[in-house]
Design a protein around this ligand. Structure first.
Ligand code: KG4
Ligand code: ZN
Length: 395
């Protein structure tokens, strides 16, 4: 579109991780090609992914992500209206870039996949309507993808790992432990009763003046701190059901910070390190509990140890301290640890295209009147978690 001021926009980031064990098939006629579009939050992304119909293996042909951080930084968080408008401004360029760097014309695709939820409704509508227009123009099927399912199944694209496995999904809006039984089949074992883990990182960063997005800033700052310097609470540890709670931890960080005012850079580093240590302990405890549930009630019809894989996914899965702690835990418990490469932990469209390819292969496509969903749980049958604030609640 002519006349658009592109100088204020963040540069397009094109990331194709070096995926191990993924061979380029010799006969490309056996591949299906899917364009994915992601606009559920503050990343505008498009990607082309190929899936070999014989081996089921995937490869990324292009993966274009434009972050909107600059547009939201002044507000200390994502502003839904700004996010939706920013997607409108650049999605056409991003899709064009994804197709051209993959070397695939619209007519060469087999399907168009777009995130249809959960997320910020304005942004979801932008991406989904664009995908519908492309599907109509190219006479292609549409696959409406659940963003959480895309995080959940990314390891199938990057490592060829198939369900069943235990999933720790940690993002800006969700914190859940799920038994991944199959494509489209999830059993929720635990969830947060208040803040999501990414949200807790973002709020901690904000109150310590570290800026936005908070997760990477807290992780960077924590490197210079002493994790044992401040004794912060470990909410929910020891509880039977593997739910999470992070609101109290965030409040404890605030109270500690207030008691230290004026804060010195050393204090901020110690607080970040102590916060990360508390998070690592809580997550470890909750994952141990979820592993016991999986071991006692493994997904049916499988070999007894088939499920003994732990996958961490979502934006917070980029946290190296968290990854290292989970890796150690898996070694102790006889689980295999899996995590997407760092560039595929945060929101991207390769994971959307991948789920599109998996569902297309099963003949599952969606009608053009499919509506975007702000809320779309992976396990719709799961009971609401009981709030920690209630007296006598057993979460
Ligand atoms: O999955 P994601 O990109 O978007 C959502 O679907 O929410 O996750 C974004 C979240 C943000 O809260 C961000 O602060 C957090 O992931 N995050 C991190 C790290 N990188 C991103 N949290 C902790 N450590 C990191 N290195
Ligand atoms: Zn996400």
């Amino acid at each position: 579109m002519g006349g658009r001021d592109k100088t204020r926009q963040a540069p397009i980031h094109s990331a194709i991780p070096n995926l191990r064990n993924i061979d380029v098939p010799s006969d490309s006629a056996k591949e299906i090609l899917v364009l994915g579009i992601e606009t559920s939050c503050d990343e505008t992304a498009a990607a082309v992914v190929a899936r070999d119909t014989v081996t089921g293996r995937g490869r990324i042909l292009s993966n274009v992500v434009r972050s909107q951080w600059e547009s939201h930084r002044a507000f200390g968080g994502v502003v839904p209206e700004i996010a939706a408008r920013a997607h409108v401004e650049c999605l056409d360029d991003i899709v064009r870039e994804a197709l051209s760097s993959a070397g695939v014309p619209l007519s060469g695709l087999d399907a168009i996949a777009a995130t249809a939820g959960p997320g910020l409704i304005g942004g979801l509508i932008v991406g989904l309507v664009s995908a519908k227009a492309l599907a109509l123009a190219g006479d292609l099927p549409l696959v409406a993808v659940n963003h959480l399912e895309a995080h959940a199944l990314t390891v199938g694209l990057t490592e060829g790992l198939a369900p069943p496995y235990l999933l720790l999904l940690v993002s800006g809006g969700h914190t859940q432990l799920l038994a991944v039984v199959d494509l489209g089949r999830y059993r929720r074992l635990g969830t947060t009763i208040d803040d999501a883990l990414g949200e807790a990182f973002d709020k901690t960063a904000k109150l310590l003046g570290l800026g936005f997005p908070g997760g990477p800033a807290v992780e960077r700052t924590a490197r210079d701190g002493n994790p044992a310097r401040f004794p912060l609470p470990r909410p929910m540890m020891g509880r039977e059901v593997p739910h999470f709670s992070f609101a109290g931890l965030k409040t404890a960080v605030r109270q500690t910070a207030l008691s230290l005012t004026p804060l010195h850079p050393g204090d901020v580093a110690h607080l970040c390190a102590s916060f990360e240590a508390a998070v690592a302990d809580c997550v470890r405890d909750r994952v141990v509990r979820a592993m016991s549930i999986m071991d006692n009630q493994p997904p049916s019809g499988r070999e007894p140890n088939d499920h003994r894989h732990l996958v961490v996914a979502g934006g917070v899965a980029a946290n190296l301290r968290l990854r290292a702690g989970l890796q150690r835990l898996c070694t102790e418990r006889g689980y295999t640890f899996h995590a997407p490469p760092l560039s595929l932990c945060s929101d991207n469209a390769a994971m959307i295209a991948w789920v599109g390819a998996l569902r297309f292969a099963r003949g599952e496509t969606d009608p053009l009147d499919f509506a975007a969903r702000a809320r779309w749980p992976l396990d719709a049958a799961a009971a609401p978690a009981i709030g920690a604030g209630r007296l006598g609640a057993k979460a």
